[in-house]
Design a protein around this ligand. Structure first.
Ligand SMILES: [Zn+2]
Length: 120
């Protein structure tokens, strides 16, 4: 099956939607991070809660890192649509199947190459 313009439009739209969603999540994550609270430094009485805050800060950082990675994948996919090379496997150059792109629109490798990469 060949990738149609219609399919690309659909993927493009859902990627843009996903991008907005991730962006919103990162922003709300940052507003929840106790370390980004400017009042925190002046609050000496709350020293016994520091350990707890540390953990959530770490977790938020990890989560944010994950989200940013996802964001760069989305941006990469959008760029590939613009360049007209969307759906082409980065490794072997074959077209990635529509089924795979439907499930994972940010896929850069075909199933075979992805498997080979995972083995490494
Ligand atoms: Zn491949």
């Amino acid at each position: 099956m060949k990738i149609t313009l219609d399919f690309l439009k659909k993927i493009n739209l859902s990627l843009l939607k996903e991008k907005r969603k991730v962006d919103t999540t990162i922003t709300s994550l940052k507003s929840q991070d106790p370390f980004s609270d400017p009042d925190r430094l002046n609050d000496n009485a709350a020293s016994d809660t520091d350990a707890k805050e540390e953990i959530s800060h770490e977790r938020m950082q990890a989560l944010e890192k994950e989200l940013r990675l996802h964001m760069s994948e989305i941006e990469e996919a959008l760029l590939r649509i613009k360049k007209g090379i969307y759906g082409k496997c980065l490794s072997c150059g074959k077209m990635i199947s529509i089924e795979r792109l439907t499930v994972k629109p940010t896929a850069l490798y075909c199933v075979d190459c992805e498997r080979k990469r995972e083995k490494k």
